[in-house]
Design a protein around this ligand. Structure first.
Ligand code: FE2
Length: 274
């Protein structure tokens, strides 16, 4: 059973790419469930109710988030009615929304999706290691045969440590947040697939998705400035994980990095085949 996880969707360029091409990509990969990190969907910071609707409408089954989840204040409200969108499980008790969700794949496999956030160079929230254990127990209690973890964190060490910590308990621990895809995918001895960072679905001609002139100016002058998403070289970054529902282990992991031209060709092939 294959899971497709899409790296951080940035702004309209990222959302448009999914709307146009995600169905053809999912079909070509025979993916049975699609998970995506959506915390930068609204202009690079946060996610609105309409953004979430659009992302689900494009064929995403579960949306994960991270440190930008509340940048659009309405997320505090709609996350309560929309359990398919989750936030890091290690936000303090009482935070709106949940840190995990159990979805059902196209062939009926129960998949637990867990979201946690690192604390190194990010908010000093609760311990992601213990929070992950708690949520894994929760989704398994709800019948999850396969468990996927999005570890939203700045440092590779924290992400790699969580992968080893959970090895054998979950099918995958995949990192998000840095927007730069790493090349360290592997399957640990216990059967947990991992990758330090899945990358970004959005414009790659900027600085991690944002317009480069404003970001450079911030670094050069130290003055505050408004960031807008970049526009060009839109790419989709993701990872496909092959899992074995009987054991909950991963058997394969493959990174995906596709340009708009490559995705367009997939979509044209798919529509010619109909
Ligand atoms: Fe982030």
């Amino acid at each position: 059973m294959k899971l497709l996880f899409i790296g951080d969707i940035v702004g309209r360029p990222g959302r448009d790419l999914l709307r146009k091409h995600l169905r053809a990509l999912t079909a070509s990969l025979s993916a049975e469930l699609v998970i995506a990190n959506g915390e930068n969907a609204a202009g690079g910071a946060g996610i609105t109710r309409d953004n979430a609707k659009e992302i689900f409408g494009a064929g995403v089954d579960v949306i994960t988030t991270g440190n930008h989840v509340w940048d659009k204040r309405e997320a505090l409200e709609f996350i309560v009615d929309e359990p398919r969108m989750i936030r890091p499980a290690n936000y303090p008790e009482g935070t709106p929304g949940l840190g995990s969700y159990v979805a059902t794949s196209r062939s009926g496999v129960r998949v637990g999706v867990v979201n946690v956030m690192g604390r190194v160079f990010l908010h000093a929230i609760d311990d992601p290691f213990r929070a992950a254990q708690r949520e894994i127990a929760r989704v398994k209690g709800d019948g999850a045969q396969v468990v996927f973890v999005d570890m939203h964190a700045e440092t590779t060490s924290e992400k790699v440590a969580l992968s080893w910590y959970l090895d054998g308990q979950v099918a995958a621990v995949i990192g998000t947040h840095t927007h730069v895809q790493t090349a360290d995918e592997r399957i640990l001895p216990g059967g947990t697939a991992c990758l330090s960072d899945v990358g970004m679905t959005g414009p790659h001609d900027g600085v991690i998705g944002m317009d480069k002139a404003a970001v450079i100016a911030r670094f050069v002058t130290g003055l505050p400035g408004r960031f807008e998403p970049a526009t060009g070289d839109v790419r989709l970054h993701g990872v496909i994980i092959t899992t074995e529902p009987a054991t909950g282990r991963a058997t394969a992991i493959e990174r995906i990095a596709l340009t708009e031209v490559q995705l367009q060709a997939l979509t044209e092939r798919a529509s010619a085949a109909v």
